[in-house]
Write a protein of this length. Structure first.
Length: 474
């Protein structure tokens, strides 16, 4: 048996020191004269002070009530992920909007991917394998798929309920579509003043071209990228990937983070609209194109140079023996000398000075091309690494999926998928040391999270959800 705890005698109350001694003013030095002054009888108290004194004496004589111990406030535990507690409604399609939401989902945001019933995101139709769209599997990873007809009154009402419990909406319709759906900014912010609305469109929400229809390649062409991409004597060329979409989507993700930071950390307390044109991401990334024309004239506008570079002679890519390709990029004279050493050209005075190399660029590229063509890509890579020269073999997807460096950095990860089983895809970018992000699953089947979101989040019953499905609302 446990011994009964004996009650300790109550300690006598210790009188609190005067205000001056509690830090509000410096305490006076105690002397004989101050003691005498303190011993003098106090002046007659006021009526209010006397009443307070009587109340205090009654309280002392009354039986003391049992007090609860005061708990010390504990500091909130840090979030397990960057965007824990942030809910995002992704009503975008194809790439631009969805990739912005995908970046947030990688770092813990609760992203609800809303798709049109029966049709879904058109991205599901690209790179089909065993009935599943492989591009969608990557783009929609970590997202919860919900089908909802935003054009129907019931679908609109359900969406507005989701708006009230969400932080962000991402959309990439043409300007005017959200307004036609009854989802204009005024309506949305009335429902949720803290909402952040991210809007991606071909040319932005205003301006002479705002109503034009556009996709990623149009963003590439209008943003200046296509004009400078291609061989010097050939036509402008596009990329095989959606650079216009992805560059804009990355800026959109940054914009969302900025808006959330201002709302929460900076105590702005309310949401705002983010407006991005598909051309604007690449336009911003080609940093020199406007200032060069402004200061040097239209005749100096950036032009196509193929694999070479206008102002950097030690930048180019080459064919190697056996069909490989090797890319070289030396941006300083020190790194350029390492490139020349790797190719045995560092003693040639035509090339070991920046300006002289530019003057003799045709001969330099001829000799470099011959040197590369006489060696396999492995031999070239070995020579470059021997001297610490900046260069790399040109990698394909087939090379990347098995590359030891990517595997060591978890840049090729295996993710569970309900349709295909384990699938491999790119890892998380960027690498955060404390909150690194993670991928729980690939893109879900269409509507896979209907019951979880409509039932679990909005509190709908199974019968109600079944009826909505029967009416084509979900």
């Amino acid at each position: 048996m446990k011994a009964k705890a004996t009650k300790k005698p109550a300690k006598k109350a210790v009188a609190r020191p005067a205000a001056a001694a509690r830090g509000r003013a410096p305490a006076r030095k105690v002397t004989r004269s101050t003691v005498k002054r303190a011993a003098k009888p106090a002046s007659k108290p006021s009526r209010g002070a006397a009443a307070a004194s009587r109340a205090a004496s009654k309280a002392k004589s009354a039986p003391s009530a049992k007090r609860r111990p005061v708990k010390k406030a504990r500091a909130a535990a840090p979030s397990k992920s960057v965007f824990e507690g942030i809910r995002v409604l992704d009503i975008g399609h194809i790439v631009a909007g969805p990739i912005a939401a995908s970046i947030l989902a990688d770092f813990g945001a609760d992203v609800i991917k809303i798709e049109r019933p029966g049709k879904g995101d058109p991205l599901r139709m690209q790179y089909q394998h065993k009935g599943a769209g492989l591009h969608y599997k990557m783009e929609a990873r970590n997202k919860k798929s919900v089908t909802l007809d935003l054009k129907s009154p019931e679908g609109h009402a359900i969406f507005m309920r989701l708006v009230k419990v969400s932080d962000v909406i991402v959309e990439n319709f043409r300007p005017g579509v959200m307004e036609a759906l009854g989802l204009d900014w005024e309506t949305l912010k009335r429902a949720n003043p803290r909402l952040v609305l991210c809007r991606l469109s071909g040319f932005g929400q205003y301006g002479p071209y705002a109503k034009r229809r556009a996709y990623g390649r149009i963003g590439e062409a209008f943003g200046g990228f296509t004009y400078i991409n291609g061989t010097a004597d050939g036509p402008p060329s596009h990329s095989q990937m959606s650079l216009g979409d992805t560059a804009a989507g990355m800026f959109a993700a940054m914009g969302i983070m900025m808006a959330l930071y201002w709302r929460d950390a900076q105590r702005g307390k309310k949401g705002q609209v983010i407006d991005i044109g598909l051309y604007e991401g690449l336009y911003r990334l080609i940093e020199q194109q406007i200032i060069v024309v402004d200061q040097m004239g239209e005749g100096k506008t950036l032009r196509r140079m193929g694999n070479a570079h206008n102002y950097t002679p030690y930048v180019c890519s080459f064919d190697t023996k056996g069909g490989g390709h090797f890319s070289v990029s030396a941006a300083t004279m020190k790194s350029a000398m390492d490139v020349l050493r790797a190719m045995g050209m560092d003693k040639d005075d035509r090339f070991n000075d920046w300006d002289r190399c530019r003057e003799n660029i045709v001969e330099y590229r001829r000799l470099s091309t011959e040197w590369m063509a006489a060696r396999t890509v492995d031999e070239v890579d070995e020579a470059f690494q021997k001297f610490g020269a900046p260069g790399t073999r040109v990698m394909s997807g087939a090379d990347l999926i098995k590359d030891p460096h990517l595997l060591a950095r978890d840049m090729v990860i295996t993710v569970p998928d309900e349709e295909l089983g384990p699938v491999k895809m790119q890892g998380i970018v960027p690498k955060l040391s404390t909150t690194p992000g993670k991928v729980d699953h690939a893109g879900q089947k269409m509507g896979a999270s209907n019951e979880r979101i409509l039932g679990g989040l909005l509190g709908m019953g199974k019968a109600e959800i079944k009826a909505l499905a029967a009416r084509g609302v979900i």
